[in-house]
Design a protein around this ligand. Sequence first.
Ligand code: IDP
Ligand code: MG
Length: 169
Amino acid sequence: MICLLLALFAHLFPAAGSGVQERTFLAVKPDGVQRRLVGEVVRRFETKGFKLVALKLVQASEELLREHYAELRERPFFSRLIKYMGSGPVVAMVWQGLDVVRVSRALIGATDPADALPGTIRGDFCIEVGKNVIHGSDSVESARREIALWFRPEELLCWEDGAEHWLYE
Ligand code: IDP
Ligand code: MG
């Protein structure tokens, strides 16, 4: 019930999706799943303190991937990207927390792993841009779009975070 009210409030007042309620969409890509990096990726976001709101293993359809990467459809690597993302299951996730969109991008590292700093996921676990292990939304707006594309509303769980008191001032 409280979740429903919060969802309604966030819908009526979009700014309510910011702050501690901010959410992002992350996906461990097929190379990350094949290379057994799911646990490592989840560990990094979990130990940072972000709250897991949804998680599932998905074999994405070409239609879903074309929609997900619609902004890149004119790029020369688009068809290779769609093939790569559909080459095996991905682990789709929603994480929540203060500034989670921007901070997740920092934890993930630069798009090209060659430019990604050591300590970031792409800096530590991959070499080439076409096999860069993980996706993360690039803005609060894209996060909203991507979460709605990959998850049904009832798959996003609302649960009391016992650690919140120790993570936030
Ligand atoms: P991002 O994943 O860091 O947000 P985007 O520019 O949104 O980067 O590109 C989406 C994905 O497309 C990248 O993560 C990567 O898998 C792929 N990609 C981007 N640029 C190239 C490229 O130059 N060659 C091959 N694949 C690319
Ligand atoms: Mg992107």
